[in-house]
Design a protein around this ligand. Structure first.
Ligand code: GDP
Length: 296
């Protein structure tokens, strides 16, 4: 279910409940079940949805509803708060400071949009007066360096990589070293992905992280991976210190639920979303406006 539909389904469920003459437990349950279904169809993890349902039942006082006061508002507010809570891990991610060198390492499966997102992230900061640089430590995918080089050249961002060297750890360390000497304040390390989660990938991520000592590790996730989001995010979190999430491909047929799962699995906030293939199709992620839009 795409985001707009999710908002519609939730609003309809609340409307139906509000229309009932008597709001008793049965009517409230029906409403919550309807909302649960909508969230599951949007790929929110089952456990998260179940917890949310339990929490809402605890918060919403049936007597208040029965009295007929602002039924819509009470339920709507409770759902809004719960969704915000799901997307807020309680602490902000590390935020790089302009003029002070930070190393940011990107991880994620192949095809998640990692390389594209690295450039978007660099470009976003460059426009704000930073001195970013890109390091291509993806030696697994043929063409990865060319892609990064092409994107970086277009955006006039310095880059580092190699056609000859096959050791990603060595390239990552060399690239970071070079750009530190050049006083870049945002050194972005793009890493390899695989089509699926596998031990070799996670070991490589651990080693690249050890060699580059990133201030922040960003997990990049394709919003259309659905229910797999939680396990995937958790697997990365277990090998490197993921501190933030970027959800890509939120345009088109994007489902929103994966974002909620990734936050739960990594205990890290979503900081940006990708909304297209172009360099500037990239937005700062803000929980409250996102949930407001979600609820319609
Ligand atoms: P990587 O293998 O993780 O490095 O993925 P790429 O950066 O090569 O991206 C894979 C594909 O997804 C490319 O065709 C990108 O243009 C596309 N892509 C990346 N981010 C977005 C996005 O936010 N929206 C859309 N529609 N496509 C995206």
């Amino acid at each position: 279910m795409v985001l707009a539909q999710l908002g519609g389904s939730i609003s309809r469920a609340i409307q139906q409940m509000s229309n009932a003459t008597i709001i008793d437990e049965k009517v409230l349950n029906e409403c919550l079940n309807e909302i649960t279904r909508a969230l599951l169809q949007s790929d929110v993890q089952f456990k998260l949805v179940r917890d949310m349902q339990t929490n809402i039942k605890k918060i919403v006082n049936l007597d208040d509803l029965a009295a007929g006061h602002n039924k819509r508002r009470i339920i709507h507010q409770a759902i809004f708060n719960e969704l915000c809570k799901m997307l807020d891990p309680g602490k902000p991610s590390f935020t790089p400071k302009k003029g002070k060198t930070s190393v940011v390492m990107f991880v994620g499966l192949q095809g998640s949009g990692k390389t594209t997102t690295c450039t978007k992230y660099a470009y976003y900061h460059q426009k704000k007066g930073w001195k970013p640089a890109l390091v291509c430590a993806d030696t697994f995918r043929a063409g990865a360096f060319d892609q990064l080089k092409q994107n970086a050249t277009k955006a006039k961002i310095p880059f580092y990589g190699s056609y000859m060297e096959s050791d990603p750890v060595k390239i990552a360390a060399e690239g970071v070293e070079r750009f530190k000497k050049e006083n870049c304040d945002l050194i972005i390390v793009d890493t390899s992905g695989r089509h699926k989660q596998e031990a070799a990938l996670f070991e490589e991520m651990r080693q690249v992280s050890e060699a580059t000592k990133p201030d922040l590790v960003i997990f990049v996730m394709d919003s259309s991976i659905g229910q797999a989001a939680f396990d995937q995010a958790q697997a990365f979190k277990q090998s490197v210190a993921v501190g933030a999430v970027i959800v890509t491909k939120m345009d088109g047929h994007a489902k929103g639920g994966g974002a909620l799962s990734a936050v739960a699995a990594t205990k890290s906030p979503v900081i940006f979303i990708g909304t297209g293939e172009h360099m500037d199709e990239f937005e700062v992620f803000d929980v409250k406006p996102f949930v407001s839009r979600l609820l319609g």
